[in-house]
Design a protein around this ligand. Structure first.
Ligand code: FES
Length: 112
């Protein structure tokens, strides 16, 4: 399984992301904090991330994901839900970069 490096610009962390894996799954497995109030079933927007580098290497957002992103703050063209954005192929440079917003619509943070 091909893996790429995922740099988190907002906190300086880096984790490995495998082709076929979501950002949330990989981050959780490697101890990188990313809120996920609904448990990763596309029913909130607390896993909102912005993909700064390598966006084209991820799955296209579904209508459900776009509906949930409508509820998030500060949404941009690079916004995705971490639980839905699945890496489909490795980028040419071997690295993708994301930003995790310092706030989200979930007022109660999970204890992780
Ligand atoms: S964790 Fe709820 S939409 Fe991703």
């Amino acid at each position: 399984m091909s893996k790429v490096s995922c740099k988190v610009r907002s906190n300086g962390r880096t984790f490995e992301l495998a082709v076929g894996e979501t950002i949330l799954h990989a981050a959780m497995a490697q101890g990188v904090e990313l809120d996920h109030a609904c448990g990763g079933v596309c029913a909130c927007s607390t896993c909102h991330v912005k993909i700064a580098v390598g966006k084209e290497c991820f799955s296209e957002p579904s209508e459900d994901e776009l509906d949930q992103l409508d509820e998030a703050r500060d949404v941009g063209l690079d916004s995705r839900l971490g639980c839905q954005a699945k890496l489909l192929r490795a980028p040419a440079g071997g690295t993708v970069e994301i930003t995790i917003p310092s706030w989200n619509v979930n007022a109660v943070r999970e204890g992780h």
